[in-house]
Design a protein around this ligand. Structure first.
Ligand SMILES: [Zn+2]
Length: 536
């Protein structure tokens, strides 16, 4: 998304824009006053008097991250994933959590075993597109003993228009995959609050966004719909690497029935040059693998309080690789909080704390949906879901190399629209000096693109911490990428938030609000943004 206002002649007269915006705001105001009982911000009971001390040190939390990474590639449903859940379970028990347990979840485990690409007889380095070539839920896939040989055609970025110009039936499609860009100014524009006391986030800060769908996966889906027999995506906006373990983008199986492969941007550029104009270019693509029924596990444990009202704290332990930031870091923050609160006398606790490490972030979120179903069926009164992910360093690509900037990755905390929650989160962030942080609403077009997404959609109250480093789908996400000096401060921030919540009436924590000052600001920014786009 772009925010700079370009000094071009505007197609829309300024007066007309002002008129439109005034009308829009009048409409919003009318909507606001028609919302019944919008209480004044000041009437919310804001209690923030935490006495949090002595959370596990940076070293101790980092030790857990390294332990988790040592289990190997923690893909959901694998033996490495199983070792990880046993480790977390043991920690929960050690920290005195009650009813600590594993909850099994059935899932199909997609595993690639063999992949390659050659064009006009020349081998091209590649990596598989995760969860591609998925035709039947529990049936393996193979390109046959000799692979799939067909003509390869380049179709640009793979828009509908691009596909209308080329017949791809029976062919292998080569397409550039473009990422959108994240602009800090966009986050700050819609934030409840932003905190960067040392001014370390440059004004024009922006970064490639490898997580959200953009022209991928729609170009891949179009290739399949138009009868292509394979798809090769060039990671044009990524580091110069092909080991990109993409997410599934939707919570259902068999999205892409044809095989897919990734190329790095330099290999992709070379291949585009190599393709001979005016004559057929032959490619041979191999992708073989299995899809087997497997079991993933959520890990759950509780610290009962005087009431059964629950403050839930979660992260996810599954990952593409032996990933440190994604999300050994988040799980280790959950462990830090479990250890800290487990060491306090139970009579000090008003509410019940529930600690959860979820599986299946890299499958179809079956574990998340299973937990939501259980909460509903068992009538568990979960007041809030606190989610912690990605305590990572910021990196940039310089001269083809990935280099650290010396800062932690800028972060966001999504908070359900409730003045009490926004206020305690803000105070905890300031108290613990969590610089480079924006506190974000959950109602923007961005939604909640975190492990809390399903919970937010299902109406849970959430506080979800996340940062978006570009390397979290890549094996370069090793313990060196963890923002070591942020580990204790992040845990302390959430201990403060939890302690404050524990002393606050449950109805204040869960009450849903519509806060005019934030809503007006947000809608104003949306209109302003649209006007900017029209001006360009
Ligand atoms: Zn994560």
């Amino acid at each position: 998304m772009k925010t700079e206002i370009k000094e071009k002649t505007t197609k829309i007269p300024g007066r007309k824009i002002a008129g439109l915006m005034t009308w829009f705001l009048v409409l919003i105001f009318a909507a606001a006053i028609s919302v019944p009982a919008v209480p004044a911000f000041a009437s919310a009971q804001i209690i923030f008097n935490p006495s949090v001390k002595n959370l596990p040190s940076n070293e101790e939390i980092f030790g857990w991250i390294k332990d988790i990474c040592n289990f190997g590639y923690r893909r959901p449903g694998t033996a490495e994933d199983r070792k990880t859940v046993e480790y977390i379970l043991k920690k929960f028990q050690e920290f005195g959590l009650k009813d600590a347990r594993l909850e099994p979840i059935n899932m199909p485990l997609w595993t690639a075993e063999k992949w390659s690409l050659s064009v006009n007889g020349k081998g091209i380095p590649c990596f598989y597109i995760n969860h591609s070539y998925w035709i039947k839920e529990h049936e393996g896939f193979t390109a046959g003993p000799r692979g799939i040989t067909a003509e390869i055609v380049y179709i640009g970025e793979g828009s509908e228009k691009d596909f209308s110009k080329v017949d791809v039936k029976g062919k292998i499609v080569l397409s550039d995959v473009r990422f959108t860009e994240l602009y800090q100014s966009d986050s700050e524009r819609v934030a409840y609050f932003s905190y960067d006391p040392d001014h370390t986030v440059a004004k024009g800060w922006r970064q490639s966004n490898p997580y959200s769908p953009n022209n991928f996966p729609s170009n891949f889906s179009r290739a399949a719909q138009h009868g292509a027999v394979g798809f090769v995506g060039i990671l044009t906006d990524y580091f110069d690497r092909n080991t990109f373990y993409n997410e599934l983008y939707e919570e259902k199986p068999c999205l892409w029935p044809i095989p897919g492969l990734w190329l790095s941007k330099s290999d992709g550029a070379r291949l585009k040059e190599m393709l001979k104009a005016g004559s057929a270019n032959q490619a041979t693509l191999v992708l073989d693998g299995t899809i087997k029924p497997a079991t993933a596990y959520n890990v759950i444990g509780c610290l009962p309080g005087k009431s059964k009202d629950i403050i839930m704290v979660h992260s996810h332990h599954d990952a593409p690789w032996a990933s440190a930031v994604e999300d050994a870091s988040g799980v280790s923050e959950v462990l830090a909080l479990a250890k800290y609160f487990g060491s306090l006398p139970p009579e000090k606790r008003e509410k019940t704390l529930m600690f959860v490490s979820l599986d299946t972030h890299f499958s179809m979120y079956q574990g998340h949906l299973d937990l939501i179903r259980q909460v509903r069926e068992k009538n568990m009164k979960v007041l809030v879901d606190i989610v912690i992910e990605h305590i990572g360093k910021e990196v940039v690509e310089k001269d083809g190399r990935v280099v650290e900037t010396g800062f932690e990755e800028p972060r966001g905390i999504f908070v359900t629209e409730n003045p009490y929650l926004i206020s305690i989160t803000k105070q905890a962030v300031e108290k613990n000096h969590l610089g480079r942080t924006v506190i974000l609403p959950t109602y923007t077009i961005l939604g909640v693109p975190t492990d809390a997404g399903d919970f937010n959609r299902e109406g849970f109250t959430i506080i979800s911490y996340i940062s978006p480093p570009q390397y979290i789908y890549d094996p370069i996400d090793t313990p060196e990428m963890v923002a070591f000096n942020q580990l204790n401060p992040v845990a302390s921030t959430f201990a403060d938030i939890i302690e404050s919540m524990d002393q606050t009436p449950s109805q204040t924590v869960t009450k849903k609000w519509w806060i005019p000052k934030y809503r007006f600001h947000y809608y104003y920014q949306v209109v302003d943004y649209i006007v900017d786009m029209l001006r360009e």
